[in-house]
Design a protein around this ligand. Structure first.
Ligand SMILES: NC(=O)c1ccc[n+]([C@@H]2O[C@H](COP(=O)([O-])OP(=O)(O)OC[C@H]3O[C@@H](n4cnc5c(N)ncnc54)[C@H](O)[C@@H]3O)[C@@H](O)[C@H]2O)c1
Length: 315
């Protein structure tokens, strides 16, 4: 494995690839951004500059002004050329096995043999992707969260053929660029957070579809209840605190949770009528009705900055 990572290539310059390029550039790495067309790449570099400016303006970038005006981000629409000098490649192409396998096979053939090949996939298994490469030991899943340049978490997990050194090297690199890596002990579809999100989302949709509350009311309940403490307390520490100790929680609350779990949604597909109710209820939310998508995203990022500042204070 690469002992020292200097050159990073980001394959795919969509939402996630731009975020990665921002983070690596902010961390002082030489970044090559690759995509299928020069037009996409030009657009992506402008967004990387915008992200770097945003980080700088919010005190989250230690580097000088030149890191924003002249970031060390190069572009190359040719995949072979883009990975030829890479020590670490972060792939962010569309989330399906054919697309991932095609790109991994080419990255494996063209990148230096010690380079680490990481995938941003939101739910696919590395054991399946790495079947197409000749050096599967250097392939690893490194899953970020949107917006990548702001949310600290990355979930890291190897496939069946991934070397433990690769997982460790990816984790070390993530720490260097300011991420909070969480290493999974084994692969599971959707990893940790997307499984938790999927469980909460199904219940939220079911409450809307069942006429219990509107999308507006459900989101308000979430944000003012569990969401308010979730930035620093996870569901398991919450159970510990709720029971004044986990042993007591298990003793006192098992039955009430059993009743809730028995009454909860178990469906696996959205029916047409549920889809229609969901779309109508979300589109009726005042924040959605009264603001553009861009304005909502801008507001989200500013709120995230405030939470990040608070989290730093707590540490
Ligand atoms: N969007 C999210 O919230 C999110 C969060 C975490 C992880 N991810 C994962 O990150 C990956 C990328 O997601 P995204 O939201 O950035 O998608 P996106 O559609 O915004 O971007 C994908 C990019 O890949 C490019 N691309 C397609 N084929 C390519 C190829 N052969 N070579 C190089 N580039 C190619 C496309 O032109 C596009 O610019 C997916 O695996 C996704 O699951 C997404």
């Amino acid at each position: 494995m690469s002992k020292s990572i200097k050159n990073v290539t980001c394959v795919g310059s969509g939402l996630i690839g731009q975020g990665w390029a921002t983070l690596f550039a902010a961390g002082g790495y030489d970044v090559t951004l690759q995509d299928v067309s020069s037009v996409l790449l030009e657009n992506a570099v402008e967004l990387v500059k915008f992200n770097l400016r945003f980080l700088k303006d919010n005190g989250l970038l230690q580097e000088g002004e030149e890191a924003v005006t002249s970031p060390r981000v190069h572009t190359n629409p040719d995949l072979a050329g883009a990975v030829a000098e890479a020590d670490y490649v972060q792939e962010s192409v569309p989330d399906n096995y054919p697309a991932k396998k095609k790109v991994f096979a080419e990255m494996d053939a063209q990148a230096p043999e010690n380079a680490i090949l990481a995938s941003s996939s939101s739910g696919l298994l590395m054991s399946e992707i790495q079947k197409v490469v000749t050096r599967p030991q250097r392939c690893v899943l490194v899953h970020p969260f949107l917006p990548v340049h702001l949310l600290p978490l990355v979930e890291i997990v190897g496939g069946e053929q991934t070397a433990p050194d690769t997982v460790q090297a990816a984790s070390n690199l993530m720490e260097k660029i300011g991420k909070t890596p969480v290493l999974l002990k084994k692969e599971v579809s959707g990893y940790i957070v997307n499984r938790l999100q999927a469980a909460v989302l199904r219940e939220a949709i079911d409450l809307v579809a069942g006429g219990v509350a509107s999308a507006e009311e459900i989101d308000r309940a979430f944000c003012n209840g569990m969401g308010m403490r979730d930035p620093f307390i996870g569901p398991l520490l919450r159970a510990f605190l709720a029971g004044d100790g986990i042993e007591n929680f298990v003793k006192e609350y098992s039955n009430s949770y059993r009743v809730r779990w028995e009454s909860m949604a178990t469906w696996k597909n959205l029916s047409l009528s549920v889809k229609e109710t969901l779309v109508e209820s979300v589109n009726a939310m005042p924040i959605v009705r009264e603001n553009s998508m861009e304005k909502i995203k801008d507001w989200r990022d500013k709120m995230l900055i405030e939470i990040l500042k608070l989290e730093r204070k707590c540490c």
